[in-house]
Design a protein around this ligand. Structure first.
Ligand code: BGC
Length: 371
């Protein structure tokens, strides 16, 4: 299986987009900034709606096995709910996706403190991370949406003026591509991702415990009680973390496994198996299939070294989603392609340091089909 997955490589610009893009209003933030909603449609009827607040994907319509379109991402109806929300529905995450232990790290001998917002630790870029900022939008000729955010030196405790550009492209192959670019004027740490919660049956339609999940990873990172990786790389073989051959999360999520208890379910970073790759080459990280009502399949391709597979363990029904639907525990799953959590404090993990003159450049694709 691993060998088969390895052979599925792709060069980036293979699938061209012929999408259309339209802009409308999505209201104003509490401090008066206008937020726009962009609707991108491809030639096959697939549609993505993205707001400039947090660069969040607020709706994603893909075909089921009968060709019927359904919205498969969790989200809210209004800007005020996105602003108040604590679940990061659909949002771009930065500067540092996932956790930094105790909100502290040292870079080039200098100690930095970033706000602690998740128990003792820093999560997803701070109190007001990239998910709570208004991005500047530009429509590209191929119907793609380019979003730019300039994060100031010292914002949320991170050093350096950082310029981030994220481009969302919808291709006629029913692929949603997210391309992240960033530069800095001082050394900093960076780990950008997107925090969409998917339910391939349709947002708000029950839980995702029966989805068939394949993760192309022989190892994962065990965590401590604060969900910080211990530093150990553990083989998935013989554990409930083995998703190499397609298993449903529901099958083993309640097993008496210490790591499942700590995560309150699956909330861990898997280390992706990756072949030797050249620039701009992606490989299959995850495949999720809803074999029941919809037949929808989502494949995740990335050039990132890790993926956080999170089964919506902390959703508890207090979030009312689009159309008033209640999101209970496991109403959605996230597949956050990323560098490993707490890398700034783990010299043995691949580096997340970005220096002046370097270009952060990474791509993730979500490819949709149905059978
Ligand atoms: C984290 C979870 C967290 C969720 C929402 C995920 O990326 O791993 O622990 O609850 O984001 O904040």
């Amino acid at each position: 299986m691993r060998f088969k997955l390895f052979s599925i490589l792709t060069l980036l610009p293979l699938t061209m987009s012929a999408a259309t893009i339209q802009k409308s209003d999505f209201g104003k933030t509490a401090d008066g900034a206008a937020v726009a909603l962009y609707t991108i449609k491809n030639g096959k009827g697939m549609e993505a709606k993205i707001i400039t607040y947090g660069g969040a994907i607020v709706s994603l319509k893909t075909p089921d096995r009968t060709g019927a379109m359904g919205d498969i991402v969790l989200g809210y109806d209004t800007l005020a709910e996105y602003a108040a929300g604590k679940s990061y529905f659909g949002a771009l995450i930065g500067r540092y996706g996932n956790r930094i232990a105790h909100g502290k790290f040292t870079l080039d001998g200098k100690a930095y403190s970033v706000p602690v917002n998740n128990g003792e630790n820093a999560l997803h870029g701070g109190i007001r991370g990239f998910d709570k900022r208004v991005w500047t939008a530009r429509e590209l000729p191929d119907g793609a949406l380019e979003l730019t955010y300039k994060s100031k030196d010292g914002e949320e405790g991170y050093p350096g003026n950082l310029a981030a550009t994220v481009t969302y492209t919808l291709t006629d192959a029913n692929t949603l591509r997210i391309h992240y670019i960033a530069t800095t004027d001082k050394p900093t740490v960076l780990n950008l991702t997107n925090h969409s919660y998917f339910n391939l049956k349709g947002a708000g339609d029950g839980d995702i415990l029966g989805h068939l999940v394949t993760l192309n990873a022989d190892e994962y990172l065990p965590v401590d009680a604060g969900l910080i990786p211990t530093g150990e790389l553990r083989l998935v073989d013989g554990t409930p973390f083995d998703f190499r051959h397609g298993r449903t999360p529901g099958e083993r999520i309640s097993q008496p496994d210490q790591q499942l208890k700590l995560g309150n379910g699956y909330d861990h970073n898997w280390i992706l198996n990756r072949p030797e790759m050249g620039p701009g080459m992606l490989s299959l990280a995850a495949r999720v299939e809803e074999t029941g009502v919809s037949g929808r399949i989502m494949e995740v391709y990335t050039d990132q070294p890790g993926i956080q597979f999170y089964t919506g363990n902390f959703l508890d029904g207090t979030d009312k989603g689009k159309g008033g639907k209640v999101y209970n525990q496991h109403a959605g799953f996230c597949v956050e392609t990323q560098h490993y959590p707490d890398s700034p404090n783990k010299p043995s993990f691949p580096s997340t340091i970005l220096r002046p003159g370097q270009k952060y450049d990474t791509t993730t694709e979500f490819r949709f089909s149905a059978k």
